[in-house]
Design a protein around this ligand. Structure first.
Ligand SMILES: NC(=O)c1ccc[n+]([C@@H]2O[C@H](COP(=O)([O-])OP(=O)(O)OC[C@H]3O[C@@H](n4cnc5c(N)ncnc54)[C@H](O)[C@@H]3O)[C@@H](O)[C@H]2O)c1
Length: 443
């Protein structure tokens, strides 16, 4: 490593001239917080994400800010299992309207299957309830329109839980781009890799169907498209895409309903024993008699209609073009992104998981035209979910933290724009043509 060319945090902040933006780089954001009144908080969708990221942790950490008043899941057994995992004492429901009528929440957390988010968001807004929704906000353009229209009509607020923005390393990329070090960004090369463990997991459950998660173009890539929209401070304008299913689904040499009872278990490289995870067993395997939802579904099911191999060209409102790819059956997990500008290039490689040891979790290099050198820029990584993004997002949501404009919570427009890039990509593949975002929505 070339120590001479490594910028430390002080140098970096000085170079970017955005000292105020460094607030969130400090490990705690609570210092700037002023207390809010305790809010009545309800949740719909008590699965892994609901009971984890938005359950036990927030029940314990934000007891001065929120009070759990109701938990709802269409699987009543899972709602009860979720309640135990969270540690709350509020009632559980299988009917959303009944929960809202009986518990009168002021804030709703939506953590159901992606394609159902819009129903709960629009219903809550119409009843005067603010909403935090997990990503993707929606899976179809018509749902995005309904959500944006309802927010305007009922004058309530939606926050979309884009935790990736709040990973300190991603904030650092944003601040470096804002500093103008590489001039005006002209194009972006962005490739995301999901490995045969994490990537395969999307093919086990509802995510495997376009009707459940809108395909990985929406379910997963909404994170990436939101990062890009935020990094570039621009909207997507037009998308051309390709997609194929090369490994999972019909490509498998054999198949069964799920791993636990599979006769091919010994020879299947994707065999996964859910019973080794006590939490998942409680939430899913012990509740599957109610709705047949198998957490360890077969990755070779023939009904899988999403892609595992995706690429797109996207044009943005500020003239930037992006070449993007997402592959879901890789031996590595992580990403590469490079920003090409009029004065240089910013290259990032994120090493989330690979079969060899890596000294660094992420690497970033600033290469300026005509200088004949590259500078390694240190990328901060915090412990915790999504490289520290989960904790920082929750602090911003539940504590009254003051932050610079570019770190404000993602709103419904950000939720819509990131989903629409993926929806346009899906449409482009289905209709074999470039798709304009303006065809999909009226803002
Ligand atoms: N931001 C992130 O990094 C991140 C990570 C994981 C999941 N998520 C998101 O969180 C959400 C939940 O994901 P998960 O992995 O916990 O999924 P899950 O399937 O484990 O949980 C979803 C729950 O919603 C319930 N549900 C589905 N439809 C319902 C309906 N109509 N009414 C009531 N309950 C319903 C299901 O029974 C299930 O318990 C998804 O939107 C997912 O995209 C985000």
């Amino acid at each position: 490593m070339d120590k001479k060319n490594v910028m430390d945090r002080r140098d970096f902040v000085k170079a970017t001239g955005t000292a105020a933006a460094g607030i969130l780089l400090a490990s705690s954001v609570a210092a700037t917080a002023t207390p809010l009144a305790r809010k009545r908080f309800a949740m719909v969708g008590t699965g892994h994400r609901g009971t984890g990221m938005w359950g036990k942790d927030i029940f314990e950490r934000y007891s001065n800010e929120i009070e759990f008043v109701g938990l709802c899941d269409k699987n009543g057994k899972r709602a009860e299992a979720g309640k135990k995992l969270i540690g709350a004492s509020c009632p559980t429901f299988t009917n959303f309207d009944e929960m809202v009528a009986k518990t009168r929440p002021e804030l709703l957390m939506v953590t159901t299957m992606d394609s159902t988010h819009h129903q709960f968001i629009t219903s809550a807004l119409s009843k005067g309830i603010d909403v935090i929704t997990e990503k993707p906000m929606v899976t179809e353009a018509s749902q995005a329109q309904a959500v944006l229209d309802a927010e305007k009509k009922y004058n309530r607020k939606i926050t979309v839980a884009f935790n990736y923005r709040y990973a300190p390393k991603h904030q650092k990329i944003k601040e470096l781009l804002m500093s103008g070090e590489i001039g005006k960004v002209t194009s972006v090369d962005f490739s995301w890799y999901l490995d045969t463990s994490h990537g395969a997991d999307y093919f086990r459950r509802w995510h495997r169907l376009k009707s459940g998660g809108g395909s990985l173009w929406v379910h997963k890539a909404t994170h990436h498209f939101d990062l890009i929209n935020w990094w570039l401070a621009a909207d997507p304008v037009e998308v051309s895409a390709y997609g194929d299913l090369n490994v999972y689904g019909k490509n498998g040499p054999f198949r069964h309903t799920n791993c636990r009872t599979c006769p091919h278990a010994a020879k299947c490289p994707f065999y996964w024993d859910v019973t080794k995870d006590a939490r998942l067993t409680k939430l899913y395997s012990e509740c599957e008699d109610v709705d047949g939802y198998m957490r360890d579904g077969c990755v070779f099911k023939e009904d899988i209609d999403i892609y595992d191999t995706m690429s797109a060209a996207v044009k943005y409102s500020n003239g930037v073009s992006m070449s993007y790819s997402l592959n879901a059956s890789m031996p590595i997990e992580g990403y590469r992104v490079a920003f090409n500008g009029t004065k240089g290039r910013l290259e990032v490689r994120d090493y989330e998981r690979q079969p060899w040891p890596e000294e660094l979790q992420s690497e970033m290099y600033l290469i300026k035209n005509f200088t004949k050198k590259r500078e390694r820029i240190e990328m901060p990584n915090l412990a915790g979910g999504h490289s520290g993004g989960d904790d920082r997002l929750r602090d911003l949501i539940f504590k009254n933290v003051s932050v610079p404009e570019h770190l404000k919570l993602p709103d419904s427009r950000a939720g819509a724009m990131s989903c629409l890039t993926g929806i346009a990509a899906r449409t482009s593949i289905e209709q074999k043509r470039p798709v304009k975002i303006a065809e999909l929505i009226k803002l």
